[in-house]
Structure formats: C-alpha cells, structure tokens
Design a protein around this ligand. Structure first.
Ligand SMILES: Nc1nc2c(ncn2[C@@H]2O[C@H](COP(=O)(O)OP(=O)(O)OP(=O)(O)O)[C@@H](O)[C@H]2O)c(=O)[nH]1
Ligand SMILES: [Mg+2]
Length: 488
C-alpha cells in the first residue's frame, strides 16, 4: 500500500468513480470527447487569430503593373502625394533636374528636325514625310500636307545657334542622373529620320538602384553642402539654371513659331502628346527660373523610365487605411523588364494594372511591330490567368483618358485602328466603355479564379481625381485583406 503523498490529487479527482457502471462510463467518455472537441476548436481559433494579426502586421503588398509609359510610376507618385506627404515634400526637389531634362529633350528634338529640314540632303523627302505608324501621329488629314518648301529664315538659323548650348547641357544632365539612352527600337518599319526623332523624343532611364533622388537632393543621402561633391552639385545646379534662364525666350519663340509648327505637323510629330512634355504655356517661364522648385503637377508630369523593381514603403497617415503599412512595387514595363515581375507574385495582395487607352494607334517603342493596345490586352490576359496571383485582388486602371479625349478631338478615329469598333460614336465615353468591355471579356475567359471585375477610368496626372480613386481602391484592398485574415 502506498502513502497518501504518492497519489496525484488531480489524477484522483479525474479518475472515474470506482463503482462506475458501463452506462455511466459511456456517458462520461462522450462528455470528455465533446469537451476535447470544444477545446481543440478554441485552440484553432486562437491560432487563426494569431496568424491573422501577424498577417495584418506585415505590409499590404501591391504591385503596379502595365506596359512602359502606362502610368505606373505616376500612380505611385499619387499614392505618395496623397498618403505620405512628408516623404513627398522631401523628394520633390530631386525631380527638378529630371523636369529640366524633359524640357531640354523636347527642344533638342525640335532642333534635330530643324537641322535636317534646313540642310536637306539629296533624295531627302522629309519635308513632307509621313510615317504610317508610331507614337503620337497627327490625324489622318495630315497625310495630305502640302509639299511646298518650308520658309525658313535668318530667325531659324539664329535660334539654332542660340539654343545649341542645350545639347551639351542635355548630355551633362543625363550623366548626372546616371541615365542611358533608349535602345534602338526593333524593326525598321519607319524611316530613319522619323524613328530617330521619335525615339529620342521618347525617353531615357536611370537604374532603379542608382539612388538618384538622394544624390539630387541638396542635402540628400550622406552628402551635405559642406562636402566637395555637394558644393560641386550646387555649382552645376546653378549653371543649369543659368543656361536655361538665358535660353527661355528663344525656347518660347521656337515653340510658338508657325514654320516650326508646320514642320512638326508635316512630320506628324505630336510632342504635346509625348511624356515629359513641358512646353505648354507657362511651363518655360516657370521651369527656366533660376530659383525653380517643381510643383506637384510638374512632378507627376515628369518622365523617368523605371528599370528593375522599386520597392516603396508607405505608412498611411490618413484615410481608411491609416495606421497600416503598404509596400508598393513599381516595375519597369518595357518588354525586357517583365521577367523581373514574377518573383513578386507569390505573396502579393493586390495588383493595380494600368492600361493606357489613348495608345490604340501607337506602336511599342521597343518593338515597332506591336500595337500598344494589343500589348496591353496580352499582358492583362497573362496577369488574369496567372495561378500565382489567385489570392490577389486585381484592379484595372484604364489610364490616359485625358490624352484619349485630346486625340479623338483632334480627329483620330478609333475605327481606323480597331476595325471591330465599327460605327460607334468616336467619343471618350463610348471608346472607354468599348475597351473596358474587352478587358472584362479577357478576364472572364482567362481568369484563374473567379473575381469581381474592378475598373476605373483614370488620368493619373490629375492628382485630385486620382486621390479620390486611390481612396476607393485603398479601401477595397484593405477590406479584402481583412476579410482574408478573418477580421471582418
Ligand atoms: N496626359 C497624361 N499623361 C500621363 C498619364 N499617366 C501618365 N502620364 C505621363 O506619361 C509618362 C509615363 O508615365 P510613367 O508613370 O513614367 O510610366 P510607367 O508605366 O512607370 O513607365 P515605365 O517606367 O517605363 O514602365 C509620364 O510623363 C507621365 O506624366 C495620364 O493619365 N495622362
Ligand atoms: Mg515607371
């Protein structure tokens, strides 16, 4: 016989009564089983809640996808402007050099064409050249442009001469940004003159890891005005501002000149529809000031091509998502860049897909055999059908509606480029709805999972309207995020 201290009181309490009948035993076992199930369920619930909380703590991951020049980086800028005001304010000055460069590139592009026109070579028919494709072309009526020689004068010769310093300034600024020139486009469908002018007018890029923003902030990165590099930067900024200020009147004269406008018209070069166009009224006076500081609008209109994948963390300061942290990935959209997207699909919560719908009559800069709208459709299909993205919410921005309107008003007819459009009304509403329907069909036929079709008509350079859209989008992403985490 053992001592009392040898008996575990808990075991004693839980032990069945010594005189338990078979019936009582069965009932007891049943009760114990029920209790165990309840306990397991509580454990599982606690585990899930912990996982959900943990999940909620990790940033919400959003990928911005779409072809090059679709407006991904501009959408990101809108997120920063609306929800991360302080970081945006600190970054704004770094865009000054990019904007100055955008302006200078437009002017140099005009000077290039002017040079060719004023010094025609044998067999050069460029005075009335008329390419059949490519980014922003004049309406079809331009093909009947007169072939009378353009009347250049001493004024044009002087303008070329006085604006020549902008060429070397362009090179300097590109070097300072660590920029590379745009690679030669595939296919020779266009004449040399035309394609060179358009490709040059298009853009340049910096590597995403170049740290250019830090480098261009007066006190950015590890540099300060005190160190040698900082001082050199300040001198260079001063020289740039000086050259631009001294060229401002000539730039305005060049752009306002009727012969120059006629020349661009005959070339079917619509610089005003190209990204990074800063020759609108008031632009030159503002940007060429010695103390120029970019406005919010300037920054969203600036063009700097993205290379690689850039991660931007935004701690939402306001709105329905206030207090949450978001990780926005801005990717390069040109064809050679797209392979870099895939590794980010795995744990992505949402995708904002940008399709520029003004581009129905344009070709990809990197492959001039491919229509830009067709390319957007193909990309959209690839995204909708990707199984890795089956957890992700997908939101479609049919972007550049302002440019679509401008283009349609200037006489470009959708049916000339998209035959299935037929005799529908050639206005923004009808065209946007038609394209939206096509995206919807693609999503329906190719979706890897059933998900609602969420579409917004946008012009993301309009920061006020875009802030409203982002509010709606943000709330929807957040809700589905919490729903996934079972917190709603
Ligand atoms: N008018 C107009 N311009 C736009 C719109 N969206 C973007 N842009 C301009 O188009 C240019 C290209 O936009 P980005 O945001 O740089 O394009 P992206 O998709 O990031 O391009 P990549 O970096 O090459 O992949 C910029 O100069 C923008 O200001 C729009 O809705 N309307
Ligand atoms: Mg970009």
């Amino acid at each position: 016989m053992g001592h009392a201290s040898d008996v575990d009181p808990l075991t004693q309490a839980l032990a069945p009564p010594p005189d338990e009948t078979d019936e009582q035993r069965a009932e007891r076992l049943q009760k114990e089983e029920r209790a165990r199930r309840v306990s397991d369920e509580i454990d599982e619930q606690i585990r899930q809640e912990r996982a959900a909380l943990k999940k909620q703590k990790r940033p919400i991951k959003v990928l911005l996808l779409g072809q090059s020049e679709s407006g991904k980086s501009t959408t990101l800028k809108n997120f920063q402007l609306a929800y991360a005001g302080q970081a945006w304010a600190e970054e704004r000055i770094a865009w000054r050099t990019v904007i100055q460069l955008n302006l200078i590139r437009s002017v140099v592009n005009i000077l290039d064409v002017l040079n060719q026109e004023m010094t025609p070579t044998a067999g050069d028919d460029s005075g009335s050249s008329d390419s059949e494709d490519g980014p922003p072309a004049r309406p079809a009526t331009a093909s009947s442009a007169p072939t009378t020689p353009l009347r250049f004068s001493e004024k044009h010769r002087l303008l070329r001469l006085r604006l020549a310093p902008l060429r070397s300034l362009q090179g300097d600024l590109q070097m300072r940004l660590g920029a590379c020139d745009w690679p030669t486009p595939k296919s020779g469908a266009e004449s040399g003159v035309e394609s060179t002018a358009k490709a040059r007018a298009q853009d340049f890029f910096v590597w995403s890891n170049a740290g250019w923003k830090a480098a261009l902030r007066p006190n950015g990165g590890r540099r300060s005005l005190e160190d040698a590099r900082g001082r050199r930067r300040a001198v260079e900024d001063g020289e740039t501002a000086e050259v631009l200020a001294s060229c401002a009147e000539d730039i305005k004269t060049l752009w306002a000149d009727d012969v120059v406008q006629e020349m661009l018209h005959r070339r079917r070069l619509r610089l005003d529809l190209l990204p990074g166009f800063f020759l609108q009224s008031g632009d030159v006076d503002r940007i060429a000031r010695r103390d120029y500081t970019p406005s919010d609008d300037d920054v969203v209109r600036a063009r700097l091509r993205t290379l690689g994948v850039q991660e931007h963390r935004i701690h939402f300061e306001s709105g329905p998502a206030a207090g949450t942290e978001w990780c926005l990935y801005d990717v390069g959209g040109s064809r050679t860049q797209r392979a870099a997207w895939q590794p980010y699909f795995d744990d992505c919560d949402a995708i904002i897909f940008l399709a520029p719908i003004s581009c129905f009559d344009e070709k990809l800069a990197e492959d001039r055999n491919v229509n830009r709208l067709e390319d957007s459709f193909a990309l959209w299909k690839m995204i909708c059908s990707n199984k890795l993205l089956s957890r992700a919410q997908i939101i479609l921005f049919l972007n550049k509606c302002d440019l679509l309107e401008k283009k349609l008003k200037s006489g470009v007819r959708v049916r000339d480029w998209v035959t299935s459009f037929g005799n529908r009304k050639n206005d923004v509403q009808t065209v946007a709805q038609y394209f939206a329907q096509h995206f919807k069909e693609i999503a329906k036929q190719n979706a890897s999972v059933l998900r609602p079709f969420r579409v917004h008509l946008t012009s993301v350079i309009d920061t006020q309207a875009t802030a409203l859209t982002l509010g709606v989008v943000g709330e929807s992403i957040l809700r589905s995020q919490l729903r996934d985490a079972d917190l709603l």
